[in-house]
Design a protein around this ligand. Structure first.
Ligand SMILES: Nc1ncnc2c1ncn2[C@@H]1O[C@H](COP(=O)(O)OP(=O)(O)OP(=O)(O)O)[C@@H](O)[C@H]1O
Ligand SMILES: O=C(O)C1=C[C@@H](O)[C@@H](O)[C@H](O)C1
Ligand SMILES: [Mg+2]
Length: 155
């Protein structure tokens, strides 16, 4: 969360002439609610089911780039599905970098909303530790902290 998937995904798709989709936005549009209210009203479990469902809408279109959510690869067999149907890129960032990006946006991120600001860095460190083994199974790993518009490419 907060590494820049939505930010870079949009720019990258534009550069490559691909259609950009943000999985969180797809889910928000279907509920006509922002992610934080989907979590609040329907719970995380329902959100994860919808995330799984909306991801699979992209099976047949090859000409697109999708920014998934921070949790997407960690639930169900989503990562395997993504790897089977496309190339998966992990935008790697340190907890400190992520903290800087999300500090002013915790209200939009239901997992961070409930965390005491003084414990935010610890929470991000723990979340990353828990999730990174999954993220590291991506097809490509890019260091987001050194990424620039001119260096956006796969190795
Ligand atoms: N390189 C950058 N320069 C300036 N702002 C950035 C950059 N990368 C990200 N941001 C900003 O940091 C915030 C977090 O980035 P973004 O929303 O793209 O993360 P994300 O990985 O999509 O997070 P989530 O997993 O919660 O969807 C956003 O406000 C975004 O505009
Ligand atoms: O890291 C996560 O689990 C999340 C990240 C966001 O993209 C959203 O999908 C939601 O806030 C959950
Ligand atoms: Mg995003």
């Amino acid at each position: 969360m907060g590494s820049g998937k939505s930010y870079w995904g949009h720019i990258w798709a534009q550069q490559k002439g691909l259609t950009f989709y943000d999985l969180d936005t797809e889910i928000e549009n279907s509920f006509e609610l922002p992610v934080e209210l989907i979590f609040e009203k329907h719970g995380e479990e329902k959100f994860r089911e919808m995330e799984r469902y909306h991801l699979r809408k992209f099976e047949s279109n090859k000409n697109h780039l999708i920014a998934c959510g921070g949790g997407t690869p960690c639930f169900f067999d989503n990562l395997e599905w993504m790897k089977k149907h496309g190339k998966v890129v992990y935008l790697k960032a340190s907890p400190e970098y992520i903290l800087k990006r999300v500090m002013a946006e915790t209200e939009k991120r239901p997992l961070l909303k409930k965390v005491n600001p003084s414990e935010l860095l610890f929470f991000i460190q723990q979340k990353l530790k828990e999730r990174e083994p999954v993220y590291l199974r991506a097809d490509y790993i890019l260091d987001v902290e050194t990424l620039s518009k001119d260096s956006l490419d796969l190795p």
